[in-house]
Design a protein around this ligand. Structure first.
Ligand SMILES: Cc1cc2nc3c(=O)[nH]c(=O)nc-3n(C[C@H](O)[C@H](O)[C@H](O)COP(=O)(O)OP(=O)(O)OC[C@H]3O[C@@H](n4cnc5c(N)ncnc54)[C@H](O)[C@@H]3O)c2cc1C
Length: 298
C-alpha cells in the first residue's frame, strides 16, 4: 500500500498527494511535496504523528509558508497543515485562539473590537503558530509582548501549557525553534482595551508604508536578512548595486534590497544561491556576516 492510501485509511484529515510547492510557500517555489495532510483536531494530529514516527516518514508542521525556503525541488515527506485549528474565544481582554488562525486577520478583527496590542501584526502574512515560532514582529513590537501562554503538543504527544517566560522569546527567536518537535496548538493573548479609531488609523498608515516600500506584487517571504547591529541589511545590499541582481528567477527586489522576489519559476536553490552570493559580496566589502531570517528546509 502506498503512503497516500495508508494516510487516507488512517482517517486523520484530508490527504493530498504530489502537491505543487508553489501553493505552500509565499515565495511560490517550484517543486513538489509528496503528501500534505490537514488534521481536523488534536486527536487526529496525535494519531498522525504516531503513525509517521513509526513509519519513520519525514514530516513537518508548517503555517502559511511565509518564512521558509525548501532547498530541494522534491520534499520527500509529509507536510502537516493546521488550517482547521481555527477556534477563537474572547473573554474581556484575553483571547484564546488556535494556531492555524491567520495572524493578519486576527489582528484586524481584534483591533476593530478595540482589543489592542496586535496592531503591528496586520501586515505579517502567516499563521499564529508560525508567528509564535518566529516571535514575529514589526515596528518595534513582537508577539512576546502580547502572549500570556501557549498550548503545545510535546514530543511525548502530551498537551502542555508553556508560559511566556518558558517560551524564551528573544528577537525573532523562541523556544519552539530549538525544540522542533513541539507543536503550537493554541495561544492565549493578553491585550488592552483602547481607542478603535486610533488603532485603525495606525494600521492604515502602516499598510501604506508597506505598500510604498515593499514589493508586495511579487511572491517573496519578506525580509531575507536580519539587520546587522546599528545598520540595515538593505542598505549594504543596495550600496553594492545588487538591486535587480538575479539568479534563475530569484531576483533582488529593485524596490527593497532586503527582499528576494520570485519573478517566474524560481526554485529554492535559486533563492539559496542568491542568498549566498549576497552574503559573500557583503562580507568581502564590509566584513559583515549577514544572517538569514528565513528558514531553510533541507
Ligand atoms: C510580504 C511579507 C512580509 C513580512 N513581514 C514580516 C514582518 O514584518 N515581521 C516578521 O516577523 N515577519 C515578516 N514576514 C515573515 C513571515 O510572515 C513571519 O515569519 C511569519 O510569522 C511566518 O508564519 P508562517 O505561518 O508563514 O510560518 P511558516 O513559514 O509556515 O513556518 C515558519 C516556521 O514555523 C514553524 N511552525 C509553523 N507553524 C507551527 C506550529 N503551529 N507549531 C510549531 N512550529 C510551527 C514551521 O515548521 C517553520 O519552521 C513577512 C513575510 C512576507 C511574505
Amino acid at each position: 500500500m502506498d503512503l497516500t492510501t495508508e494516510l487516507e485509511k488512517l482517517n486523520c484529515g484530508l490527504v493530498k498527494k504530489e502537491e505543487p510547492l508553489t501553493k505552500y510557500t509565499t515565495y511560490q517555489l517550484k517543486g513538489t511535496i509528496k503528501n500534505v495532510i490537514f488534521p481536523e483536531n488534536i486527536e487526529q494530529l496525535k494519531k498522525l504523528l504516531n503513525f509517521l514516527r513509526e513509519k519513520k516518514e519525514r514530516h513537518l508542521v508548517i503555517g502559511s509558508g511565509s518564512n521558509i525556503i525548501f532547498s530541494a525541488d522534491y520534499y520527500d515527506g509529509v507536510l502537516i497543515k493546521l488550517n482547521k485549528f481555527q477556534d477563537l474565544k474572547i473573554e474581556k481582554d484575553k483571547v484564546f485562539v488556535e494556531s492555524g488562525y491567520n495572524l493578519s486577520k486576527l489582528a484586524y478583527l481584534l483591533s476593530k473590537k478595540g482589543l489592542l496590542g496586535l496592531e503591528f501584526a496586520t501586515g505579517i502574512p502567516g499563521t499564529l503558530g508560525g508567528a509564535v515560532y518566529m516571535n514575529a514582529g514589526a515596528y518595534g513590537s513582537a508577539m512576546n509582548e502580547v502572549i500570556e501562554k501557549v498550548v503545545v503538543l510535546t514530543p511525548k504527544l502530551e498537551i502542555k501549557e508553556l508560559s511566556n517566560a518558558e517560551l524564551k522569546f528573544a528577537y525573532r527567536q523562541s523556544f519552539l525553534q530549538t525544540n522542533k518537535e513541539y507543536i503550537c496548538l493554541a495561544v492565549t493573548l493578553q491585550l488592552k482595551f483602547g481607542d478603535i479609531e486610533n488603532a485603525l488609523a495606525l494600521i492604515a498608515d502602516r499598510k501604506q508604508r508597506r505598500l510604498n516600500s515593499q514589493p508586495l506584487d511579487f511572491p517573496s517571504a519578506g525580509s531575507v536578512f536580519r539587520n546587522p547591529e546599528n545598520d540595515y541589511a538593505g542598505r549594504l545590499i543596495e550600496e553594492l548595486n545588487l538591486k535587480g541582481y538575479q539568479i534563475g528567477d530569484a531576483k533582488v527586489s529593485c524596490k527593497h534590497a532586503n527582499f528576494i522576489i520570485n519573478i517566474g519559476k524560481a526554485s529554492g536553490q535559486d533563492v539559496q544561491k542568491l542568498i549566498q552570493e549576497i552574503q559573500t559580496r557583503v562580507f568581502e566589502k564590509y566584513a559583515v556576516k549577514l544572517k538569514v531570517e528565513q528558514e531553510i528546509i533541507e
